[in-house]
Write a new protein. Sequence first.
Length: 543
Amino acid sequence: MPDPRSTLAELGGGRMDRRRFLAWTGALAGTALYSQVRGDLAAAAPPMPGYPFALGVASGEPHAAGVTLWTRLAPDPFAKNGGISAKSVQVQWQVATEEGFTNVVASGTVAALAELAHSVHVDVGGLQPGHVYYYRFIAGGETSPVGRTKTAPTGHVAELAFAFASCQDWQHGFYSAYRRMAQQDLDLVIHLGDYIYEGGISPTGGARNVKIPGTLREQCRSLERYRLQHALYKTDPDLQEAHRIFPWAVTWDDHEVENDYAGIHPEFSNDNQGFVKRRAAAFQAYYEHLPLSINARPTAGSVLLYRRLRYGDIAEFNVLDTRQYRDDQPCGDGEQFRCDANFTATKLGAAQRQWLLDGIGASGARWNVLAQGTMMGELKHNAEGTFFWQDAWDGYPGERSRILQAIHGKGVSNPVSIAGDWHSTFVHNLKADYEDDSAPVVATEFVGTSISSNGDGLVYGPYYGPMVPFNEHIEFFDGDRRGYVLCKLDHEIWRTELRMVESVSNPDAAEYTFARFVVEDGQPGAQGECVPVNPPPLGRVDC
Ligand code: FE
Ligand code: CA
């Protein structure tokens, strides 16, 4: 399959595609301010050994008065220190109301520090709610691509459009789903984890078939190696573009560190001390490469990732961290029979659980979203209902029940969970008590499939499909399509569309709507409409 990106040297070494070139020349499009800034900064920063913005730009954490801006200077992403010898580099940032930067409304200078891989995180304040802004960085005499972002609105908000995504194994395929997502008009993108995978990269880059530097072959364990992995992922032009034009909110799942890890417990070994170091390295590299507020800068090997994002009276997002504080999977890893310890184990940790239950619904927003790595809905693996995947909320059913019961008891308006992890689509009617068939549905859940993980093959449909009939509360399941989930909200209806791509072997693959669902205000549970496709899904929605 022909693709213009033939080597990573081309990808990372200052090559500029047409889209980026247009953004870049757009940034140059004529202001005295630019020349002035460039003149001042030429003295402050040494010239780079290549284009310093090879990993793109991003914004995130939108709130009513601002956003966080991100970039990382890495003129040679796979060289030592990204190709920068200086300890720190002064970076100018600017925010304007239009792409030509004639009306700059916020600006400043920040140091890109070697100790943070020359990444830049700027928490910009003083902006207007619900407004589109443009931003750029200038360093070493070079100007970044122009990013576009949007602050959160306040007061009465009639409509909101966002997409969510997860699981983007770089080796399993191209990011055609991000190329299509970038054609939507979105207020926000939410990433629910497995942003990177920790495994070594094969010499030919798996499904991508490109030559890979030898330094990427080993599994990620050190800070240097995790940085290389993030840099590799960030060289993808479709991922860069989705970051450039939409503000994101991110949380992690397991593969940002290691498969199925739990708190300070690695997947298999008992070397917790060694694992804490590895986890700290992974957490730091994650922070360095994502548009997270400086409040999320790691301290003592820990990152404060759980938080709320508010969109006026229409929605509030409770972004959860279901990895950092959880107990080790109490009844064993993988698929196991349920045991008593499942019912006392915590997935959120006491402090996060308290924070969640104290604050959820307090804003009075119409839709109250739980944005999390792993799915909440139950999936019985056998007819007896005794066998479960222990890494998901099914390994922590006691805490799940207590949380859903509390949210229901408080009368929180329209709780909806969005999750990833499974490389499959599930739509769930969430219940506080799965033991009782007559228990009420208290919330709705949409579990999105992967962006690229598992590639184009048939893997999970044939495996999980036969289990679906054991689970009356599952509205919909499909195991083997790649894509993202589009959500459009107003005050009466939440509309979800499953947007799937034809293939991840071709970065330019077309997308299609696979199924649509609505949740009506005041009525927990989804109602679906399947769009006829071939092959049909394995779930319950009839075409
Ligand atoms: Fe995954
Ligand atoms: Ca996962």
